[in-house]
Design a binder for this molecule. Structure first.
Ligand code: PRP
Ligand code: URA
Length: 207
């Protein structure tokens, strides 16, 4: 699996705010918004463009439009904190939604909602989820997408664990990963170490 680590100093600084246990919910959400802009910007670097001759007020020149804006798919809850910023950066994009909650005992994803276009053939898809831990939630989401014909999926994650990357690589899914950090490992409870804790709770409070 191709992995792009966005280790720009600005990304590292926002991630540090998110990691810091002293950061409150509002500041955590703001830092995730800002980090999302950087991750999406890099994820779109090779996006295909359509050219068109346009007129500026001064002269004719080449103009560029996105040829294939991706479908954005935030994974609820935590991925919701990336959705608006990604959409602001790619206003042409459409959005689908997947709702999953990881079972704290088994670490398996429990699905509770999905709202996706029926046909994703030929459409790039960006899955937005701050955390790639065991990789179970991301694998579940990608299988929903490939079941609808998607063959070009990008997982956009603030943090990734080596275990999750290995899981996705071995599943041989058509996915690349864009992340700000590959952390050390998972702990016995399935949390990323050093990580940032529970990304849903850090944004919205514990449920
Ligand atoms: C978190 C996170 C991912 C998942 C990652 O969500 O946002 O979706 O865990 O873990 P995995 O790689 O081991 O599957 P969680 O299930 O805690 O739900 P939430 O977003 O509602 O907090
Ligand atoms: N989900 C989270 O929110 N945090 C982790 O560290 C692992 C899974």
């Amino acid at each position: 699996m191709d992995v792009l680590t966005v280790d720009h100093p600005l990304a590292k600084a926002r991630l540090t705010v998110m990691r810091d246990a002293r950061t409150d919910n509002a500041v955590f959400r703001a830092a995730l918004h800002e980090l999302t802009v950087m991750l999406i910007y890099e994820a779109m670097r090779e996006a295909p463009v359509r050219t068109e001759r346009i007129h500026t007020p001064v002269a004719r020149t080449e103009g560029y439009w996105l040829a294939k804006p991706p479908l954005l798919v935030p994974v609820l809850r935590a991925g919701l904190g990336m959705a608006d910023q990604a959409h602001k950066l790619i206003p042409e994009a459409q959005m689908g939604f997947v709702g999953l909650a990881r079972n704290e005992e088994t670490l398996e994803p429990t699905p509770y909602m999905e709202s996706l276009p029926a046909d994703l053939a030929g459409r790039p898809v960006f899955v937005l989820d701050p955390m790639l831990a065991t990789g179970g939630s991301m694998e579940y989401t990608i299988r929903l997408l490939t079941g609808r014909g998607a063959t070009d999926v990008t997982a956009v994650c603030a943090l990734a664990a080596p275990e999750g990357i290995k899981h996705l690589s071995e599943a041989k899914l058509p996915v690349r990963l864009v992340t700000a950090s590959i952390d050390e490992r998972l702990n016995d409870s399935g949390y990323i170490v050093p990580g940032l804790g529970d990304a849903g709770d850090r944004q919205y409070g514990a449920v």
